[in-house]
Design a protein around this ligand. Structure first.
Ligand code: NAD
Length: 164
């Protein structure tokens, strides 16, 4: 599970680690209904493209990328996610709420041991750099930068972060 706003090398390092342990991977694109805001600039479809193109380069296993909208009731979210996704046996996440909800639902949850250079490899830092005009491209696979360029994503982030 992830929001992937945008997909970056931290996500890739986790996915490469997961790929050594499983037969197939389902990527859940969370908060699929959100886009065009400072914290969530990219649509679910754009994030599907980012994740798919990046995983085509880095992972040789079958994988599925599934957008999942948020719902108002955390207690029902695991059932909601399962109803949309292909079947899965284990969940990989370090997000405390995601871990909590799947554990309570009886699903095995694995939290990868350490975050990969979290100071830089985070969506928050990448969006900050985009707004500040600083280097962000070195933090994402080049195919992800290509998607962001094609949709004029940095300008969109500026526009939705501005005040009137
Ligand atoms: P994210 O994109 O921030 O992170 C995805 C995963 O990658 C996380 O496990 C995170 O710990 C890991 N990661 C990120 N940077 C890393 C790094 N540098 N090194 C190693 N690992 C790294 O997304 P998220 O916040 O985990 O997404 C959870 C999604 O689930 C959200 O969209 C949230 O809204 C959704 N959710 C919804 C409900 C609901 O609708 N009620 C409830 C729970 C969760």
């Amino acid at each position: 599970m992830g929001r992937f706003q945008p997909y970056h090398y931290g996500h890739e390092s986790v996915i490469n680690h997961i790929a050594e342990e499983v037969d197939e991977i389902v990527i859940g694109i969370g908060s699929a209904q959100l886009s065009h805001s400072p914290e969530n600039p990219f649509t679910a479809g754009e994030r599907v493209l980012m994740v798919t193109h990046a995983m085509e380069e880095s992972v040789s296993l079958p994988f599925y990328v599934i957008p999942i909208e948020d719902i108002q009731r955390n207690a029902l979210w695991v059932s909601h996610a399962r109803s949309i996704s292909p079947p899965f046996n284990e969940v990989y996440s370090s997000n405390p709420l995601v871990v909590r909800l799947f554990c309570e639902a009886g699903t095995e949850v694995i939290s990868p041991p350490e975050m990969y250079k979290r100071d830089n490899y985070s969506g928050t830092e990448i969006r900050r750099r985009m707004l500040a005009g600083e280097d962000w491209r070195s933090l994402v696979p080049s195919v992800v930068a290509d998607v962001i360029d094609e949709i004029d994503g940095v300008r969109r982030l500026h526009d939705v972060s501005g005040s009137d």
